[in-house]
Design a protein around this ligand. Structure first.
Ligand SMILES: NC(=O)c1ccc[n+]([C@@H]2O[C@H](COP(=O)([O-])OP(=O)(O)OC[C@H]3O[C@@H](n4cnc5c(N)ncnc54)[C@H](O)[C@@H]3O)[C@@H](O)[C@H]2O)c1
Length: 362
């Protein structure tokens, strides 16, 4: 990825107050982009966005609902972005059981609203719609899903994201002038990384248990997930957005997997690694009730050959390295509670070190 490409590019991010959005803001700021964000206020306390005061890196910090087309379109019209990243979503499987209505409306109508606004705002040359690895019909048959695998979803979160894929594809075919604007969808695995305090995410649960010397309760201990550090897919999205923006951008329209390497790690093993890194004496307890109550796929693996071959994207970290970076981040965060500059510097240093390694950046 050419650093010079992002210098002064106007980038509009939906969901910038969330976990991945915050990383994207910091990385793009470091690369010299002009950024505006559109999202709701962060939910968790603490949270990456507010605690690190990321608002100061933005030209506009729009706090509105993605379901409100008029406000969304007004924000985009005001900023006149070159590139859009759509991350705003109800992003939790568990919440989708508790609040299916909002999940459907935010994820499906929200994505449709964004696509309509992209159509109306001619400054936009490329857009990335972030979905998930959970868009694939998963029957626990140990399939490595590629971009042509059947879409589906056992839970409402997954099916709402599968709908985003279908709607984006048909919207692009029906309404987008591909000479002017190129749109792609991206599917990554479960991400880990500093700053994720979202409820029901295992790394957050680990960190809080180990920091506060409490027992750790886990669901689905044997579920394997392709854990990947958030920087891996995010840098893939940046690479793809750059390609879409370029002369031959049409070739890059479509869907892209950005999965981790094949070393899948069970939830239980992740917790054990965290416990070791934190040198913690907390007990790991398996919550059998929760595991039985909700459906959760035991096996989920992505085939990212398309990204490897065409984008020259590559995976650099194994799950252990990703976890080390993540737990290091949280250690620094809790050690420098009153010195947020240090945490920002540390986060940017993690990115700079990663940037040095990744060949597809240059
Ligand atoms: N974190 C992961 O492991 C992971 C994995 C695969 C895909 N994804 C996808 O990546 C994207 C970002 O994930 P995340 O982990 O940062 O999620 P997150 O929950 O931390 O952040 C979600 C963001 O969306 C915004 N948002 C939610 N509802 C909104 C609404 N009605 N109107 C406007 N904004 C709204 C929130 O304010 C927040 O900024 C999501 O689309 C998610 O589905 C995440």
């Amino acid at each position: 990825m050419k650093n010079s490409f992002w210098k002064n590019k106007k980038v509009f991010i939906t969901g910038h107050t969330g976990f991945k959005g915050s990383w994207l803001v910091l990385i793009l700021h470091h690369l010299g982009a002009k950024i505006s964000g559109y999202a709701l206020d962060p939910i968790s306390k603490p949270n990456f966005f507010d605690n690190l005061k990321l608002s100061k890196f933005l030209q506009h910090d729009f706090r509105n609902d993605i379901k409100d087309f008029s406000k969304l379109n007004k924000a985009i019209k005001k900023f006149k972005p070159d590139i859009v990243f759509h991350l705003a979503a109800q992003s939790s499987v568990l919440v989708s059981y508790k609040n299916p209505d909002d999940t459907v409306k935010t994820n499906i109508i929200g994505t449709f609203n964004l696509l309509k606004s992209i159509k109306l705002n001619k400054s936009i040359k490329s857009a990335i719609i972030v979905t998930t690895d959970k868009v694939y019909l998963n029957e626990d048959k140990k399939i490595n899903f590629d971009e042509n695998s059947k879409l589906g979803g056992h839970d409402i979160y997954s099916s709402s994201k599968a709908c985003c894929e279908i709607i984006t594809e048909s919207f692009v075919k029906s309404f987008i002038n591909k000479n002017k604007c190129k749109i792609a969808t991206v599917r990554s695995g479960n991400c880990i990384g500093g700053g994720d305090w979202t409820e029901d995410r295992i790394v957050k649960d680990c960190v809080e248990a180990f920091i506060h010397k409490k027992n750790l309760l886990i669901r689905s201990p044997n579920a394997t997930r392709p854990w990947q550090h958030v920087m891996e897919p995010v840098c893939g999205y940046l690479k793809l957005a750059e390609k879409l923006f370029g002369k031959n951008g049409q070739k890059f329209i479509g869907s892209w997997n950005f999965g981790p390497n094949k070393i899948n790690l069970s939830v239980l093993n992740l917790a054990k690694i965290g416990k070791k890194i934190f040198n913690s004496k907390s007990k790991i307890i398996i919550d059998k009730r929760e595991s039985k109550k909700l459906h959760e796929a035991k096996y989920l693996s992505l085939n990212s050959q398309k990204s490897f071959k065409i984008l020259k994207w590559k995976i650099y970290m194994n799950p252990q390295t990703s976890l080390r970076l993540t737990f290091d981040w949280f250690k620094v965060f809790y050690a420098y509670k009153k010195d947020r500059k240090k945490v920002i510097e540390f986060t940017i240093d993690q990115f700079k070190n990663f940037q040095k390694k990744i060949k597809y950046f240059n």
